[in-house]
Design a protein around this ligand. Structure first.
Ligand code: AMP
Length: 302
């Protein structure tokens, strides 16, 4: 079963304690699509400028991602720059150049409209609503958002939350959205806004999910070599949604496995800059790391 994802396709400039990369392929929809493509067919909606190279289009093509929904417009592609210190959970945004993204008005090609799964990556909540108006009865809709929209477009965001099944968000944003520091209470406040589940990404500390009445936590994978955490959140979402789309199991057990699949993909993402950690994976490497995650939290009786 396929997934439609709507979000940024970008050129990123990233500085981390381990190195730097200039104008490399990035964007939330890019990381999401490549990660999800290991599990199910993916259809992406986004916008790029005239400067978007064929080599970068090939990254989508090589993974079999349907790019009919990527519009090319006159002007430059969206650009974002970020810098990380040794604490990779925190980053400073160096610049955000919206360029062609400023006029982004997502239009889903007819072949996308019946996709059973929809992921609304981090874009204006008004645009997320417009996407929801274009899809025909999806089985599962999830979304991501960020502090900018929580502060500036709260009403529209609350409206979107009333129409989605799952919110995938990082811990600081969950606190901000709920106006509550304690994450358990923050999750309760957010669930009252509409979603049936919330998955809170906690960077190197893993992810905690509130699935109806249940809480599930998966650790971050202990990595010896790290390069760049950019896109880890979107990669997590791609693995998570991709697994849900492939298994078709949306109950608590299916969600738990999907959360581990998301964590597996995110752990590969941070090992290299840009898409380097996730564009050349295969089933066996993904399955091996999934087993490593299982081993991480296996323990016997008291
Ligand atoms: P993540 O590290 O998962 O939060 O995602 C980082 C990606 O989000 C980068 O590749 C950026 O190009 C993209 N990004 C950064 N700021 C924005 C924004 N305001 N809107 C959409 N995408 C963004």
């Amino acid at each position: 079963m396929s997934i439609v994802v709507v979000g940024s396709v970008a050129y990123d400039t990233v500085i981390t304690p381990y190195g730097r990369a200039e104008d490399t392929l990035g964007g939330a929809a890019t990381f999401f699509s490549v990660a999800a493509s290991y599990f199910c067919p993916v259809q992406v909606v986004g916008v790029v400028g005239e400067d978007f190279s064929e080599t970068d289009v090939d990254v989508f093509r090589e993974r079999g991602v349907d790019i009919q929904g990527i519009e090319r417009r006159p002007g430059r592609s969206f650009r974002w720059g970020g810098e990380y210190s040794w604490n990779l959970n925190e980053r400073e945004t160096l610049f955000t150049e919206l360029n062609v993204f400023e006029q982004f008005d997502p239009v889903l090609p007819p072949s996308y409209r019946e996709a059973p799964h929809v992921f609304l990556a981090n874009i204006a909540p008004e645009l997320q609503l417009s996407v929801l108006d274009q899809v025909v009865q999806p089985r599962l809709v999830a979304l991501d958002t960020m502090n900018y929209w929580i502060e500036g477009s709260r009403d529209a965001l609350v409206e979107v939350l009333g129409r989605v099944d799952i919110l995938v968000i990082n811990d600081e944003e969950a606190r901000q959205l709920a106006d509550e520091y304690n994450l358990v209470r923050a999750a309760e406040n957010i669930l009252a806004m509409g979603p049936t589940a919330i998955v809170i990404k906690r960077g190197e500390h893993g992810a905690t999910a509130f699935l109806g009445g249940e809480v599930f936590t998966v650790p971050g994978y202990p990595l010896r070599e790290l390069a760049d955490p950019t896109g880890a959140g979107d990669t997590f979402a791609g693995g998570f949604m991709g697994h849900l789309a492939r298994s078709g199991e949306h109950g608590p057990d299916g969600l738990r496995r999907a959360i581990v699949a998301g964590s597996v993909m995110a752990s590969f993402c941070v090992e290299a800059f840009s898409l380097g950690g996730i564009r050349n994976l295969d089933e066996e490497r993904i399955a091996a790391r999934y087993r490593a995650f299982q081993a991480l939290t296996r323990f016997g009786d008291l």
